[in-house]
Design a protein around this ligand. Structure first.
Ligand SMILES: *Cc1c(COP(=O)(O)O)cnc(C)c1O
Length: 376
């Protein structure tokens, strides 16, 4: 069986977890949490990085920091994960879905401005497959209309846009370290707080509404309840696992990119002959090989391909059902403009096995099977 995903493991995880246990510090914000956030701050030139319990709760924190009022509108793509939407619905926002571009499956920056109303507060972008949205255009729209920008960069750790690491361009960036992502801690995530004025509130929200972070820095002499909040910090055991990944981040990235390139090369002729479409990486975007997908000609062909691969013990999977067609999407949002590509393109897309340490032999089997399906 060739799995769709195998959670990344570099070999040092147990050693670091044992260190955390031996240090008798297994709650949040210990040595491993500090190492991980310092590494990300340095690597991504991020102003402040705070580890969270998931990508979902990083988005929840970003939403809280946007300070939404009931009736505020949030613009986002419909082609995304439920967490992108829930984070804002949880705090009272109405969702306004915008179509995606067929080449990257990212929100179509040319259709955003038409969706802005006087209730719009936030634009949420999601960098699909770790490939950047057109952030220059999007940040310009946000500036023109005084909107906040949240980057759902759950899939985009180590990707960049014109030299800027994804997650550091908007007001807030959100990473996921779920086991399905490039770097993992089982369940976990991080919020990048790019506006220095928001850091203190972010620390308070994350620590049950207390000013504990200031207390530990000696800035106040006792800590107390100062605001709303929740518990968004992960255990040191999870942070220790993540540290074993981050210290090998370049190796993991290179390994994934090698597999991605091998798929791309192997299917180039299928694309030329019109059987499939391959992912597009726009100029200025450096991606992290989070995902390799093909687009079949239609839904029926995709269903047949997935079954064909399954019969050969290869797990390939489709992806998001557009949120605006889901029961909660209908309840909490509306689609602005026309759904030209979101539904049509999502029905054609299939993701192939891609993970750290995918062997060349296994990948060759996947490639052979796809080519057999198209009889080439
Ligand atoms: C994985 C993912 C999330 C959620 O992250 P979790 O860590 O699983 O909570 C949110 N948005 C996108 C686009 C994702 O791919």
């Amino acid at each position: 069986m060739i799995c769709f995903n195998v959670p990344p493991c570099t070999g040092n995880e147990m050693k670091y977890i044992a260190e955390a246990v031996a240090s008798h510090k297994i709650c949040g914000d210990g040595a491993f949490t500090k190492k991980c956030s310092a590494w990300m701050e340095e690597r991504f030139h991020a102003h402040k990085v705070l580890l969270t319990t998931s990508g979902t709760t990083a988005l929840d924190m970003a939403s809280l920091l946007c300070d939404l009022r009931p009736g505020d509108e949030v613009i986002l793509p419909s082609y995304t994960f439920s967490s992108t939407a829930n984070a804002f619905v949880n705090y009272g926002a109405r969702l306004v879905f915008v179509d995606v571009r067929p080449d990257t499956m990212n929100i179509d920056e040319t259709k955003i401005e038409a969706a802005v109303t006087d209730r719009t507060k936030v634009i949420v972008v999601m960098h699909y497959a770790g490939v950047a949205c057109e952030m220059d255009a999007i940040m310009a729209i946000a500036r023109r209309h005084h909107l906040l920008v949240v980057e759902d960069a759950a899939q985009a750790v180590m990707s960049s846009y014109h030299g800027k690491p994804l997650g550091t361009i908007g007001d807030f960036g959100c990473f996921s370290f779920h086991e399905t992502k490039n770097y993992s801690m089982g369940e976990g995530g991080a919020i990048l707080v790019n506006d220095p004025a928001c850091v203190e509130r972010a620390e308070i929200l994350r620590e049950k509404g207390t000013n504990r972070a200031r207390f530990f820095r000696g800035q106040v002499d006792k800590y107390t309840w100062v605001d709303i909040g929740d518990s968004f910090l992960p255990s040191e055991l999870n942070a220790a696992y993540l540290w074993a990944q981050l210290e090998m981040a370049d190796e993991i990235n290179a390994d994934r990119l090698k597999s991605w390139q091998a798929y791309r090369g192997a299917f180039a002729d299928l694309e030329k002959r019109g059987f499939v479409q391959l992912p597009v990486i726009p100029e200025g975007c450096v991606h992290n090989a989070h995902m390799f997908y093909l687009k079949c000609r239609d839904l029926e062909e995709r269903t047949a391909l997935i079954q064909f691969l399954r019969d050969r013990d290869i797990l390939a999977v489709f992806h998001y059902v557009p949120l605006h067609t889901a029961p909660a999407g209908l309840r909490f949002g509306r689609f602005a403009g026309e759904d030209v590509y979101t539904t049509r393109e999502s029905e054609r897309l299939v993701r192939l096995p891609l993970y750290y340490k995918l062997t060349a032999e296994d990948q060759a089997k996947v490639i052979r099977a796809v080519r057999d399906f198209y009889k080439v």
